[in-house]
Design a protein around this ligand. Structure first.
Ligand code: SF4
Length: 326
């Protein structure tokens, strides 16, 4: 492992300044992804700024939204009474991620910033445009079973690994950040990026910007929700595919719908056209299947992930059926 400097910040501004003025500095909180990446030589920061002592762990109501501090632990959020009552979809997605031990360490901010699990990214002997821009994409012509079917580019076909983020994009969350130029809010759908020509950039954060909280607006999705995750073992595995589904149903008719997929793109993938196809319709399997067909339009497979084109619509239907019956 490379030598690095370690400092502790007790004020957000001090943490922001320390990272903003040093391009080789990184924030560290739970460290559940960053430390692995450092051990493998995938990321080699020369300074770590520990933000665990910042006052960013609260979960509280603010302006018709639930504000979740960026340092709130995944396990704390999943168990929080307000989250379970107002946003049960988030609790389901959090509990589908990682393992109990990891959820006890990982923070909300870190969960959003975790990096792809593309095996070429983790192996420093292989080409990867995300790890080393310009070196090529090993997965494009290599083993691409886990990779994207939406929004990829010829530079990168990786997928974003977070389950929590799939629920947050479905729930219209907003990310609060502080940086050298002040505070700003980023709609969750705009927080992560598609790879384009710059796959090394996962998010739209500016240098030195610190995530301080995530706001989830109040909504009607307190009952008919489901997070469906398909993975290769029952626990501690990333999604091959996942679906976050939330319905507002009145007398059998869908008044509002939210739908997003994980394991399909470089960012959590909101399915707005499919949502529109559900509104005003009866909550039946036939309607769910029509919406799933809409959702999968434009999907394109690579050599080893063609199964996602068949699995995707079935998982969407299953998630919607389970949500409707909840
Ligand atoms: Fe790297 Fe992206 Fe290609 Fe994977 S898919 S090898 S992360 S460039």
């Amino acid at each position: 492992m490379n030598q690095f400097q370690y400092v502790r910040a007790t004020k957000p501004q001090a943490a922001i300044e320390a990272v903003a003025k040093d391009p080789n500095a990184r924030f560290i909180a739970g460290g559940t992804n960053l430390v692995d990446l450092m051990k493998r030589g995938v990321m080699t920061p020369q300074k770590l700024v520990d933000i665990n002592r910042l006052d960013l762990r609260k979960i509280e109501r603010q302006n018709n939204a639930l504000r979740i501090g960026a340092l709130a632990l995944n396990s704390t959020v999943a168990d929080d009474r307000q989250v379970r009552e107002r946003h049960p979809l988030l609790a389901l997605a959090l509990n589908a991620g990682a393992s109990p031990q990891l959820r006890n360490m990982a923070t909300v901010g870190g969960n959003m910033l975790q990096r792809t699990r593309c095996p070429y990214f983790y192996d420093t002997a292989l080409p990867c445009n995300k790890r080393q821009p310009g070196s090529g994409c090993g997965a494009l012509e290599g083993i691409n079973r886990m990779h994207a079917i939406f929004g990829f580019s010829d530079k990168c076909i990786a997928v974003h690994p977070s389950d929590m983020s799939v629920a947050l994009v479905a729930l219209d969350a907003t990310v609060q950040v502080s940086g050298p130029k002040g505070n700003r809010s980023i709609p969750f759908a705009d927080f992560h990026r598609l790879p384009g020509d710059t796959p090394e950039k996962d998010t739209n954060l500016e240098p030195g910007e610190l995530i301080t909280a995530v706001d989830i607006p109040d909504g009607p999705f307190t009952k008919h929700v489901h997070y469906q995750k398909v993975r290769e073992r029952a626990s501690y595995a990333f999604a091959l595919l996942s679906v976050a589904a939330a319905l507002d149903i009145d007398n059998g008719t869908i008044k509002a719908a939210r739908l997003a997929m994980g394991g399909v793109a470089h960012k959590p993938w909101r399915l707005t056209a499919a949502e529109q196809a559900l509104i005003g319709k009866p909550a039946t399997e036939a309607i769910f299947r029509q919406a799933a067909t809409v959702a999968m339009q434009g999907a394109k497979a690579f050599k080893h992930n063609e199964y996602k084109l068949r699995l995707g619509p079935n998982i969407i239907v299953q998630a919607l059926k389970t949500a409707a019956a909840a």
